[in-house]
Design a protein. Structure first.
Lengths: 194, 159
């Protein structure tokens, strides 16, 4: 849910990175955090287990610049990918303005991708959102690994509505900002429509 | 149902700030803070020079969301208030519609006093938010401002 403060001339939007466990959601945020000037970002908050698996969420605020005199700030969240944290995933989707689905390109994670995508659709519905209508981007991550499924096959399996698809290697930053730009543009375009 | 955007205009923002300042003074608190349930900071009063308000807002919302999830599991609609007591600093959170009213206080205040003052102030906050919601449903000149955002405006953010 976009929050517009006319007094301080700010627009705040919420973007959630979704996907199966260990697909690279936190790595996306970590790369954005590491590559952004200190003035444009706040702290990266990670609520993680002792083994660095996301327990509740990761969060970072990112200021992109000014549109028509309004500061635009994106609040980036990840969800915990592990199946049994579904209650937490549902909570984090509340008030979401745009979603990035991070798919793990490895062959053995295909089922996990599909399961997570169904889970996303279901959880969006509980908040009254429709995946077919919400700003949405598909990221095919881990393209550098040897056992990846060809992009065309992954896209055919996971693309839902002709959404932008970005190949990525989040650990080195490939495709990370393209993905972010892609979803942020859709969110701002949606704001214009409303 | 999908939430509509919260849009706060100058008069309501000033009313919120005034009500927050009063609450902070009346409860002898260090900080009085309004956050929306999705973790966006709305307004704050007090000394926040050592407080990362953006992170604080998102964590408070996560805290309330998690507690709300537990409430549902035990058959409650929600737990409308939360308090966390530390050795020196304490936090009291009260859910007011779509917003969270958060008070940070130390030994100069007591939880009882903070609870009382928050309860007294919550009606005023609820009224201001009702006005904000009413205005959000009305079309104003300001809203057309976003309709005029061009593709170039959006692209310029990513240069």
């Amino acid at each position: 849910m976009t929050f517009i403060n006319y007094a301080s001339r700010e627009i705040n939007c919420k973007i959630v990175y979704y996907g199966p466990g260990l697909c690279g959601k936190t790595t996306n945020l970590q790369y954005i955090y590491d590559s952004t000037a200190p003035a444009s970002k706040g702290k990266l908050i990670s609520l993680a287990t002792e083994t660095d698996r996301t327990l509740f969420f990761d969060f970072m605020p990112l200021e992109l610049g000014t549109v028509r005199g309004f500061k635009t700030r994106f609040h980036l969240y990840t969800v915990p990918g592990q199946v049994f944290y579904d209650a937490s995933r549902k909570l984090i989707l509340k008030g979401v303005d745009g979603v990035v689905f991070v798919a793990d390109s490895q062959e053995e994670r295909m089922d996990a991708n599909i399961e997570s995508l169904y889970n996303l659709e279901e959880n969006l519905q509980t908040h009254g959102h429709d995946l077919m209508k919400i700003p949405y981007v598909l990221q095919l991550n881990k393209r550098d690994l040897p056992n990846v499924i060809p992009t065309a096959d992954l896209t055919a399996e996971l693309q839902r509505k002709g959404e932008p698809v970005h190949e990525a290697v989040a650990s080195t930053g490939v495709g990370v900002f393209d993905t972010l730009k892609s979803v942020a543009k859709q969110v701002l375009t949606e704001l214009r429509k409303s | 149902m999908t939430d509509t955007p919260i849009a706060i205009r100058e008069p309501q923002f000033q009313q919120l700030q005034t009500a927050l300042a009063k609450l902070r003074a009346d409860s002898s608190a260090q900080v009085a803070f309004l956050v929306d349930k999705n973790g966006q900071a709305i307004a704050v009063q007090g000394d926040v020079s050592n407080l990362d308000t953006t992170s604080f807002a998102s964590l408070a919302a996560g805290n309330v969301a998690a507690t709300g999830g537990m409430a549902e599991l035990v058959g409650e609609k929600e737990f409308p208030t939360l308090s966390h007591e530390g050795e020196r600093e304490s936090i009291y959170i009260c859910v007011i519609g779509r917003a969270l009213l958060i008070v940070v206080f130390d030994e100069r205040a007591s939880l009882g006093l903070v609870k009382l003052r928050v309860k007294q102030a919550s009606r005023e906050f609820a009224q201001i938010f009702a006005e904000i919601n009413t205005q959000a449903n009305e079309t104003t000149n300001n809203e057309s401002l976003f309709a005029e955002i061009t593709d170039e405006d959006i692209d310029s953010l990513f240069k």
